[in-house]
Design a protein around this ligand. Structure first.
Ligand code: FES
Length: 235
């Protein structure tokens, strides 16, 4: 299989050291089909064991490996080097989140927002003797929103999360919509009150960046706009 030589310029940063971030170059020869994640793993194994990045499934399922390759937010495990159209590739951590080290960002703020929207079912009435079944025809609105893998790509491209850390953000608001539209849930009024604010659905700039970037096809902006329609208009 033909190979090609790439230069990966990776942003390095160790905040506790007090040193400013810097780019470090690594050269490697790879065959077609090799992803950014595989390239980083090879660099870590063969050239620099100190390079830090996060991954788990290697198959676009766990959401751990989102980063920025040549200016575009993407999952490193599904971005092929040859597909980037150049042999000089910069790799950076997700913006809008604190860097822990190199390409590893602190996900606490992002995950806390997801907890704030009560991401669990609150069904009405007593528990049934067996599970609560959903008719497939009642599942079409919520189902696409269950595909979120919490990779934070949407958070990284949202202009509002970049300027207001209090904003719930597209992932949390998509999660909110997933439970708001679940036919088994009975807490719509409380759920709508949770996001009826400038840090909730009214804070969105409606630029659709989140919906365009989501690797799983979730459309947070659509959910936000539909939720706005269900919230009483502000005076
Ligand atoms: S390693 Fe799991 S999504 Fe990339």
């Amino acid at each position: 299989m033909p190979t090609k030589r790439f230069t990966l310029s990776v942003k390095r940063h160790d905040p506790p050291s007090g040193e400013p971030p810097r780019f470090q170059e690594y050269e490697l020869e790879v065959e077609e089909g090799v992803t950014v994640l595989e390239a980083l793993l090879r660099i870590q194994a063969e050239q620099d064991g100190t390079l830090a990045f996060r991954y788990s499934c290697r198959g676009a399922v766990c959401g751990s490996c989102a980063m920025v390759a040549n200016g575009e937010v993407s999952l490193a495990c599904r971005t092929q080097l040859h597909g980037l159209g150049t042999d000089e590739i910069t790799v950076e951590p997700l913006p809008h989140l604190e860097v822990v080290r190199d390409l590893v960002v602190d996900m606490d703020l992002f995950l806390e927002k997801n907890i704030e929207v009560r991401p669990w079912l609150d069904p009405p009435g007593p528990d049934p003797p067996r599970e609560r079944l959903v008719d497939p025809s009642d599942w079409t609105e919520a189902e696409p929103y269950t595909n979120c893998i919490l990779c934070a790509s949407c958070h990284a491209v949202c202009p509002v999360t970049g300027r207001d850390p209090a904003y719930l953000g597209p992932a949390a608001l998509a999660k909110h919509y997933r439970f708001l539209t679940d036919a088994r849930d009975g807490a719509a009024e409380e759920r709508l009150a949770l996001v009826d604010s400038e840090v909730g659905v009214w804070g969105c700039d409606v630029v659709w960046n989140c919906s365009k970037i989501c690797p799983k096809g979730v459309r947070p902006t659509q959910g936000i706009l539909t939720t706005r329609e269900r919230v009483k208009p502000k005076d």
